[in-house]
Design a protein around this ligand. Structure first.
Ligand code: OXD
Ligand code: MN
Length: 600
């Protein structure tokens, strides 16, 4: 029975029932009883069922579950992800496009009767704290209990979302998901921004099926934000508390797999901790940003959990993330230690379990298996963990107003060119810096060193409209915010020496850079004006405790601006900008000209 009187919701759900023809429809109220019953149902399935979940060790991992997806279905599929706007130009050169009418016509037969013999779950959810003026409601229809259980962690799921929507509003995102046959040939992740609609079919992997996350909170929301005067960004949000001072908030955008979760949950180095510095996590992946009543930019994390990459997570690299996964967490495609039903992944420790099940489901001797060079966990295996588990979760996490943002940071993996940190001259220059975000492939990853992948604002896979219009929106937001706009910075944790060794320790020591950034925002210190922006005076990056590693010579390298490399960068950016044609804001090409002129 429907859980809402809202006729817009009910009409759409009825239409989708008529299309997909489920044998049963269950409306998700979010109650513990209902969720417990769903868990009972999936753990009772036979081992060979695709939908099977396993309970993990009740003492060591209370409330935790385990699931494996099919080997062909382990990651987001960018080549099968579409933005369907009526006008092709509006999707822009960085998105796959198809005419919405054509796409509906192509997908309708795939959905026709797809839920016969299955149950449709109707999931109401809120992205953002219930009742927040920045929050938005979505409804996801799915034939997967795994999706329901993950959405319960990642969003505020349940009947309260319908109460928030009200009985008449049409402002909700319509998400239709069916795992269908998990057929990669017919896998589609499709966005109709003009219809507030997402259709996802033939996948059961998180990033493709938890429609509140990348699909809604970035692709659809970026489009909504442009039309409604706010921004949806691929950014972590953290609070930095200095002794005796007010907590300041920083948002940071890095391409996928550049350490957003690690930075969001950073533990300051010992010296800083002793002095009373603290870092609080508001979000690790997505920020919704809107000017507040006082004219400053405020951020909320629309999510309610972390969908983190497991491999590489350990007590040293990210103690807090590991803590998040100790209860009520869903693990996907990691390995199992059959002796005690706990989980393992590469980089957790040096002790792969002997009695293991690897991520595809084969029972193996984990020690021998890994010694032969095999991976026990899939490199993109994940944990879905509730935000409330995070030891350093911000006290403002549920604040409906969000948190005021002092600084925005961009960054990528760059072996050379980009210094450890620099500050843009102003918002427009900062928008240029964001548009130039790119990562270099490393020898270890691809065999080809120095191949640049552009990922403007880390939004290339997630911007739901033309990237040129998106930059124009950034510039408009800057005008609106005026002198209350956050300061914009760029960081590079990945600078290397001639032998390919990283020269900055990273992880907790990134605190030293955040410290400089906040001091700049608070006008506490000067900086050196260079061609590319404001750089720290060497003595202003605190290296106490790491002097042996970061010597003055290394600091020189970290902060170097090599004119020839930067002129190459300018040429590269000119080339990159060409594809955006007349939708490239003139202010950005002017920034490029100015940068070139400053480089002389
Ligand atoms: C993610 C991603 O999963 O960016 O957050 O790929
Ligand atoms: Mn991400």
């Amino acid at each position: 029975m429907s859980l809402t009187k809202n006729p817009n919701v009910n009409k759409w759900v009825d239409e989708m029932i008529a299309l997909t023809k489920p044998s049963k429809v269950v409306w998700i109220d979010g109650s513990k009883e209902q969720l417990d019953a769903l868990i009972e149902e999936v753990v009772a399935l036979p081992d060979d069922s695709r939908d099977k979940l396993y309970r993990l060790n009740d003492e060591k991992l209370p409330g935790c579950l385990y699931h494996r997806t099919l080997p062909n279905d382990v990651a987001r599929v960018e080549d099968r992800t579409f933005i369907c706007t009526r006008n092709k130009e509006d999707a822009g050169p960085t998105n796959n496009w198809c005419d919405p009418k054509e796409m509906y016509a192509k997908l309708t037969p795939l959905y026709d009767g797809v839920m016969q013999g299955r149950t449709m779950y109707v999931i109401p959810y809120s992205m953002g704290p219930i009742g927040s003026p920045l929050a938005k409601v979505g409804v996801e229809l799915t034939d997967s209990i795994y999706v329901v259980l993950n959405m319960n962690i990642m969003t505020r799921m349940g009947v309260a979302a319908f109460e928030n929507l009200g009985d008449t509003s049409d402002d909700f995102v319509r998400g239709l998901h069916s795992k269908a046959d998990v057929d990669p040939e017919n896998r589609y992740i499709v966005h109709f921004p003009e219809d507030n609609t997402i259709w996802s079919i033939n996948s059961a992997y998180g990033g493709n099926v938890l429609l509140g996350k990348k699909c809604f909170a970035l692709r659809i929301a970026s489009f909504q934000g442009k039309n409604e005067g706010w921004m949806a960004e691929h950014m972590l949000i953290l609070g930095l508390k200095r002794p005796g001072k007010e907590t300041k908030y920083i948002c940071a955008a890095f391409p996928s797999a550049c350490g957003k979760t690690n930075l969001a949950m950073l533990i300051p180095p010992e010296g800083y901790r002793k002095d009373g510095y603290e870092v609080f996590t508001v979000g690790d992946d997505i920020a919704w940003l809107k000017p507040g009543e006082d004219g400053r930019l405020y951020a909320i994390n629309p999510e309610n959990g972390f969908f983190g990459v497991a491999p590489g997570t350990n007590a040293k690299s990210n103690f807090n993330a590991l803590e998040c996964t100790k209860k009520n967490t869903i693990f996907t495609n990691v390995a199992i230690n059959n002796d005690d039903m706990t989980v393992w992944w590469e980089g957790l420790d040096k002790n792969p379990p002997e009695n293991a099940t690897e991520w595809k489901g084969a029972k193996v001797n984990g020690k021998e298996f890994t010694a032969e060079g095999n991976k026990l966990a899939h490199p993109n295996s994940r944990f879905t963990a509730p935000a409330e588990n995070c030891p350093c979760i911000s006290p403002e996490f549920n604040n409906p107003k969000g948190v005021p943002v002092s600084a925005i940071i961009f960054g990528g993996r760059r072996a050379a060119t980009t210094p450890l940190v620099y500050q843009s001259f102003d918002w427009t220059h900062g928008t240029y810096v964001g548009s130039a975000v790119s990562s270099e492939t490393t020898a270890a990853a691809t065999g080809a060193v120095g191949v640049l992948r552009h990922d403007p604002m880390a939004m290339k896979p997630f911007c739901g409209y033309h990237m040129g219009d998106y930059w124009a929106h950034w510039l408009e937001m800057g005008e609106k915010l005026g002198d209350k706009a956050p300061k914009i910075f760029n960081v590079n944790w990945f600078k290397q020496d001639e032998n390919g060794n990283f020269i900055w320790p990273g992880f907790g020591d990134n605190m030293r850079v955040l410290d400089w950034i906040i001091k700049r925002c608070e006008n506490e210190i000067d900086a050196d004006e260079t061609a590319i922006g404001y750089l720290p005076k060497k003595s202003d990056i605190n290296v106490s405790g790491i002097e042996d590693e970061v010597t003055p010579e290394i600091m020189d390298k970290l902060l170097a601006v090599d004119k020839d490399l930067w002129l190459k960068e300018v040429a590269e950016m000119r080339d990159f900008y060409k594809q955006f044609g007349d939708r490239l804001p003139a202010a950005l090409s002017a920034e490029l000209d100015k940068l070139e002129a400053r480089l002389g």
